[in-house]
Write a protein that binds this ligand. Sequence first.
Ligand SMILES: Nc1ncnc2c1ncn2[C@@H]1O[C@H](COP(=O)(O)OP(=O)(O)OP(=O)(O)O)[C@@H](O)[C@H]1O
Ligand SMILES: [Mg+2]
Length: 434
Amino acid sequence: MDPRTGMPRVGMVGGGQLARMTHQSAIALGQSLRVLSIGADESAALVTPDVEIGSHLDLDALTRFAEGCDVVTFDHEHVPTEHIRSLVAAGHAVHPGADALQYAQDKALMRHRLAASGLPVPPHRVLEPDSDLVAAAIDFGATHGWPVVVKTARGGYDGRGVWVLDDVPAVEAVAAELNGHLLLESFVVMKRELAAVVARSPFGQAAAWPVVETVQTDGICVEVIAPAPGLDPDVAAKASELALRIAGELGVVGVLAVELFETEVSADAPDGLLINELAMRPHNSGHWSMDGAVTSQFEQHLRAVLDYPLGRTDALAPFTVMGNVLGGPDSGPGSEVGMDERVHHLAARFPQVKIHLYGKAFRPGRKLGHVNVLGSDLPELRRIATLSASWLGTGIWDDGYEIHTGAAVPEPVDRSGTASASDQRMPDPTTRVS
Ligand SMILES: Nc1ncnc2c1ncn2[C@@H]1O[C@H](COP(=O)(O)OP(=O)(O)OP(=O)(O)O)[C@@H](O)[C@H]1O
Ligand SMILES: [Mg+2]
């Protein structure tokens, strides 16, 4: 309980963008999120007054942090389960609990557990530590075909920790640098990737957002379309049922994102769905809900861990498109346009776009923020989201839009006449930025 307000105090371990956006929802619920952050310049630490600096690997730091929190939850899955169990043994409420979270931490454990429940997962084989990867891949490929996908069981994100290997020489080329706990998996020939995001409370109430399509480039999510366009309603219902069933069976409390592959119907995938992985926290595939749903995934996560009744998950528009802002190269064209200037120009060109920036230091390829745009004309929404996200990440309009005239570069620009409407709308940024 926060003595200043009489409202519950939720503590979130990890100071990244998920904590930053959860804090936004905490404010609306009359709360102030407490954050355990490894640094004072992490995304959430920049905006939340109630920050403790400390490591999520340090049990003393976690214990101090948990004192005075009504419930502890997570912005990532890297807290060791034995620490979570220690916190619970000391009387702290922690959601999701270690029994559930282990399956979001370890892909081998997750595959094993879901397969044991008869849930649809790709053919896979978990390797013993120090086993011969090349021999195992040859054997696996002979049974399941090539390419063979190799994954690290723990610690992967944004495609790091996933290798799609076409043949034996490709396995030999990476085998030396791959060690630790690995699993082999069939390369799934898919129609597209989907995500079913749900939330579950300790009381057992659950709620599902519309199933979304996620678009990955080089293993990183770049775009999410809510709802997944043209998805067979029966498949959508099956995807939501899968996610709700997993949430119930694993005892998840909070948001659960189930990443899915949409495939042809087969013996492995009787509903045309295979489960890729699980996240037990707000997830990139749910960012659209901040602007596109009655209840955002961040508010819902708070409601769930506090055992409040859950909010409605209906979409507010026929489509919401989310575009991830990924940092572009740190030199070359566009890099001289600062973020403040990028926001200024985006606001002028596309006033309908909702901007969410994470306050992160620039690094090429890093997720710096996202944009959401709502409406009914899906191709146009996708065009605007993609252009906007890329502009914020790189300082370049990919369609050649000319920022000072509002004209597309390939078209002839008449600079001789009076100022155009777009000139009047948007002052020359060089007069504004020192
Ligand atoms: N078995 C597979 N067959 C085909 N493509 C795959 C397979 N496994 C993973 N991929 C591709 O690689 C991407 C990243 O894989 P995965 O989600 O397992 O890794 P991750 O790095 O943990 O991702 P995240 O950032 O979502 O945590 C997937 O979104 C998918 O595009
Ligand atoms: Mg993934």
